[in-house]
Design a protein around this ligand. Sequence first.
Ligand code: ARG
Length: 436
Amino acid sequence: MSGKLWQGRLDGNVDTVTDKLNRSIAFDQRLYPHDIRASIAHAEMLGKQGIISVMEAREIVSGLSAILEEIASGQLTIDPLAEDIHTFVELELTRRIGDTGKKLHTGRSRNDQVATDLRLYLESEIQAIDTLLAGLQSVLQDKAQAHANTIMPGYTHLQRAQPVTFGLHLMAYHAMLQRDRDRLRDCARRMMVCPLGAGALAGSSFPLDRADVARQLGFSGVMANTLDAVSDRDHVIEFLGAASIVMMHLSRFCEEVVLWCSQEFNFVTLRDAYTTGSSMMPQKKNPDLAELIRGKSGRVFGSLMAVLTLMKSLPLAYNKDMQEDKEGLFDAIDTLKLCLEALTPMVATMTPKVEKMAVSVKEGYLNATELANYLVKKGLPFRDAYLLTGQAVQLAVQQGLSLEELPLVAYQQLSPQFQEDLYRALEYNAPAVAIR
Ligand code: ARG
């Protein structure tokens, strides 16, 4: 046996380089638990429907269960020369139980098989990613709670704008991650319909019970259109889209951490464990972890583009191009999980420099908006209040003073509406509430 499942009209003697190009075992072997689980459900259904005998189904199921256990425990190594994971499992089964093993593929194609495997795999990864996102959220929330009253400068255009709290700032990322979790859950919900039974493209003339297989595997239903079932990779694209958005959020956060660690901002300290030094400059403490997460967003965005490009011109139904959906997807999953695992403890141990933040709030007239609001509360239209406050800022800049240092006489030359109580409006409070 040449180790090929498709020696029908072909002699199976494939050119060595073609064989190498064709082989996906190096990366699709990670699908093995899902591949075997789906095969078990398929075999049980074949037995229940009388397509194979109940005894044969039992033999297949116990053979597959043993293979699953042995791969998981490391007793059985996956042959790196097998064409793909589906080939490896089926040939291994037949090697063990003989001709009955050859009945497993009745009413099935690798096209509906791989489509099913990938959905099962992706669903379990989405669950794992959701847990990691929730972990990061809880660390952000704890830190935000601890710093619900820590005033820091808020920025627009990277210019100091209004006071905010460190808690509010962190909770913005909490909110982004909540949307990310919703998006991933939504992707999983749409994805969890079962392609198995679609065969190569046209279904099967055997009385398969597709609904039963779908139920056994935890799908919510069956994909009705068989051509769509084997050629749809929307879920891969949706997942990569959602994963790219997560990475974009992590990257924005990391960019802020990098800025905050700079001497120019000097807002936070990272624990040494999450930084590295320089081989030449002994004084350096670099936020490499944050930089790397920022950098790694690019490869996840790249995978999204790769799969979109891969799919955009494919006629129905399955085309071998689609084997290329996996490496980028797997890399995106590994990258995202690694980044979340690394970032969470870094955030948990990050300490804001409360004093430095408070001092920075007082430089740059961040209380000007509150001064304008003060005049509005006295009855001025906002636009007039805005202009008067602008003039006060101009005066203060000219005299090298802050708004709270500018004497009342100076204010009153601008408008009699300015009274002694204006100084209370100039105290630095963040107007928004941070924690929900
Ligand atoms: N390794 C293949 C893939 O990942 C499995 C499906 C192969 N189907 C086929 N008709 N050659 O897409």
